[in-house]
Design a protein around this ligand. Structure first.
Ligand code: SF4
Length: 452
């Protein structure tokens, strides 16, 4: 459930061009991000120019998320926002939220065209027809992002390439709708992944993020995730490899060995969902580990990858989470010394086992626990950032702050801001940056100086 906002700013055209104007609104996880990268390529390939969401467009694609009730609501708000900005646009709405329940979207915007996750081929046809162009290649890109999985999807407009290697999930966590919406787990062929990465490198990308709904379940014959990463390292010149979130039981010794042997090309950053620090709640969630397993795993990660950043997801207010269970969770979280925590408030997803469980936690209590969890998360992130001070980090610069400094991610995924040492732009440059202080504008961001 790692999430990242989508901003196709790097590929935008000028407002005076006469090409069709297209906008993409993306919510949710890195898989959605990778899928919209493929859509972006298709649009640009057909001659469209990308514009900001709040600028008038001829065509808008909204990719929705259903991970929580809040995500559903934000998806509908996004649809209203793009309609306000582009009253006459053809609006295409896809993704998990519309697949689960299209009614609220139809009511929010009766003229929007709605597509579930299984009807991406129809979406592709319609987008292609709208652009009055070659239907075949557009349809191929989007069909392959759907259930068939041929080519993977890369967000080529971004500095880092998000490559989707896997889709769907066959786990049945009791709170989660994803297996219903995305279907059983399936992987793209390893050769196809390698081709996509070579393409990304040819486009100038220097870091690849392997994404999937349950990326650790990757399997193409005897090629598991660790073997896939080994092949990527051996058969391509990629400089930096990162994983999106990976389930605890998939962080195996074999995977950690690949990281240790990679000579710094596999980045020391793991996003490992925790969800609760109470064993009873973990069982009720249908998670496949307990807190002892998780704690031992973090130890193992730190032994093989010293200084690695570990991020986690946490759900607060799951049914049955009483004060004692919450205290155990808060205490466990503090003991892990994580680099960051994404906090979600539990909300019942229609049709899931958890939605029928007794022991619902009231909204006020949920809110309080979420606030407490966010405080713990902020403390952990600040502590991690402080530990980086004085060190040299390899930062991939991705954008510029309003104050002129360049901003990028270090190997550990911590954000680093630094002024350019001279006039040259640092976009897509990997520089060695000395971490000098905590950025006064953000407690989890580091202010540094480019030394090489
Ligand atoms: S592992 Fe669990 S939470 Fe993650 S997508 Fe699968 S069912 Fe959902």
């Amino acid at each position: 459930m790692d999430r990242e906002a989508y901003d196709p700013a790097e590929m935008k055209g000028s407002a005076t061009e006469s090409r069709p104007r297209a906008a993409i609104a993306n919510l949710g996880c890195k898989v959605n991000l990778a899928e919209m990268g493929a859509v972006e390529r298709m649009l640009l390939g057909r001659g469209a120019q990308l514009v900001d969401l709040d600028e008038p467009a001829d065509l808008v694609i909204v990719n929705t998320c259903a991970v929580t009730a809040v995500a559903d609501r934000k998806s509908r708000q996004m649809l209203r926002r793009v309609r306000r900005a582009s009253p006459n646009a053809a609006v295409f709405v896809t993704g998990c939220s519309v697949a689960v329940n299209s009614g609220p979207f139809a009511r929010a915007d009766p003229s929007a065209r709605l597509y579930g996750t299984g009807s991406k081929a129809a979406l592709a046809d319609d987008v292609a027809a709208h652009l009055d162009s070659h239907t075949d290649s557009a349809a191929q890109v989007l069909q392959d992002g759907g259930s068939a999985l041929g080519r993977s999807d890369c967000a080529f407009g971004r500095t880092r390439a998000f490559v989707k290697v896997q889709d769907g999930c066959s786990f049945r966590c009791t709170y989660c709708l994803i297996p219903t919406v995305r279907g059983e787990e399936r992987s793209m062929p390893a050769d196809g992944v390698l081709d996509e990465i070579r393409l990304a490198l040819a486009e100038g990308h220097r870091e690849v993020v392997l994404t999937g709904i349950n990326v650790g379940s990757y399997s193409d014959g005897d090629v598991t995730l660790p073997r896939l990463v080994r092949r990527i390292l051996e058969e391509t010149s990629v400089e930096r490899v990162r994983l999106s979130s990976v389930e605890p039981q998939h962080v195996t010794s074999e995977l950690l060995d690949v990281w240790a042997d990679s000579g710094d090309r596999c980045l020391p950053h793991f996003h490992v969902p925790l969800q609760s620090g109470d064993d009873t709640i973990l069982r009720r969630m249908g998670r496949r580990y307990d807190t002892a397993y998780y704690a031992a795993l973090i130890e193992r990660v730190r032994r093989t990858s010293p200084g690695a950043a570990v991020h986690a997801d946490l759900i607060v207010g799951f049914p049955g989470e009483d004060e004692a269970a919450w205290s155990r969770t808060a205490e466990f979280l503090s003991s892990l010394d994580l680099a960051g925590v994404h906090v979600f408030r539990y909300s019942p997803r229609p049709g899931t086992p958890a939605a029928r469980m007794i022991g619902r936690v009231d909204a006020t209590t949920q809110k309080r626990r979420a606030a407490e969890a966010l405080t713990l998360a902020a403390d952990a992130a600040a502590k991690f950032a402080c530990r980086q001070l004085g060190r040299d980090m390899r930062v991939l610069f991705e954008g510029r702050l309003p104050d002129g400094r360049w901003l990028g991610h270090a190997e550990s995924h911590v954000l680093v801001a630094a002024p350019a040492p001279d006039e040259r732009p640092l976009h897509n440059a990997i520089c060695v940056v000395r971490a000098e202080s905590i950025d006064p504008d953000a407690a989890d961001r580091i202010a540094g100086r480019v030394v090489v």
